[in-house]
Design a protein around this ligand. Structure first.
Ligand SMILES: [Zn+2]
Length: 234
């Protein structure tokens, strides 16, 4: 059921849950999950109570910059939560080893010796991102596995549109979203601890929450930061 409160569209879903709760997606969709027996009056009271918070977050999402993934000269691109300007330098008079990517000050520079189409640029940059993320995961995963005592059997990186990570409890395999490389490093820490938790605990119930509180007390703040982002706009 969708209702409108002060021009805000709110999706109300009745579920088998104990407490009413609110979620805003990275695209700015507002969802209220309510226990099945709660009256619409009580739901509206809840929304009224949260209205200020909802508006604040919707404004934040609206003002969120959209990053192009066309990687044209002068485009803004992200690395570990920091914004850089993408530069493509064509060098024909000097020999360079194929194509190479460097960071210099506020620039991420791609050296190439011939014009590259969108597909080739994308491939080069995504491979570079993947290499950086892989190095970071290797370090951090080692640390968190030792700290939590939970070890995955293998892990991989891929592009995902709606999730930052997944873990298969049965075979203990973890997938990380490539775009984590565009977020602050505390987001990567959070996802690692979260996915390791699923080796032991399925779902996000009380057991899981107490695991997160113990190993990553700041998880709520970082989770909100991740949820406010529409992955496709990164
Ligand atoms: Zn999870």
């Amino acid at each position: 059921m969708i209702i409108e409160v002060d021009k805000i569209k709110i999706n109300i879903q009745y579920k088998k849950i104990k407490n009413i709760n609110l979620k805003i997606t990275g695209k700015g969709e507002v969802f209220v999950s309510s226990p099945e027996n709660l009256s619409i009056k009580k739901i509206l009271e809840f929304i009224e109570e949260k209205k200020k918070w909802i508006l604040k977050h919707l404004i934040k999402i609206k003002n969120q910059p959209i990053y192009s993934q066309n990687y044209n000269d002068g485009d803004k691109i992200l690395l570990w939560g920091k914004e850089y300007i993408f530069k493509k330098l064509l060098i024909t008079n000097r020999k360079i080893k194929n194509k190479t990517i460097f960071i210099k000050d506020n620039f991420i520079i791609l050296y190439c010796n011939k014009e590259l189409d969108l597909e080739s640029r994308k491939k080069l940059i995504e491979n570079w991102y993947k290499k950086l993320l892989k190095e970071e995961i290797e370090k951090k995963l080692k640390f968190w596995q030792e700290k939590t005592g939970l070890y995955c059997s293998s892990w991989h990186i891929k592009k995902m549109k709606t999730r930052w990570g997944t873990c298969n409890t049965k075979d203990k395999r973890i997938w990380f979203n490539l775009y984590l490389v565009k977020k602050d490093k505390d987001c990567l820490n959070y996802i690692i601890v979260h996915e390791l938790g699923h080796i032991l605990i399925k779902g996000h119930g009380i057991k899981f929450k107490s695991y997160m509180n113990k190993n990553f007390p700041d998880w709520k703040r970082v989770k909100n930061k991740l949820n406010l982002i529409n992955i496709e706009n990164l």
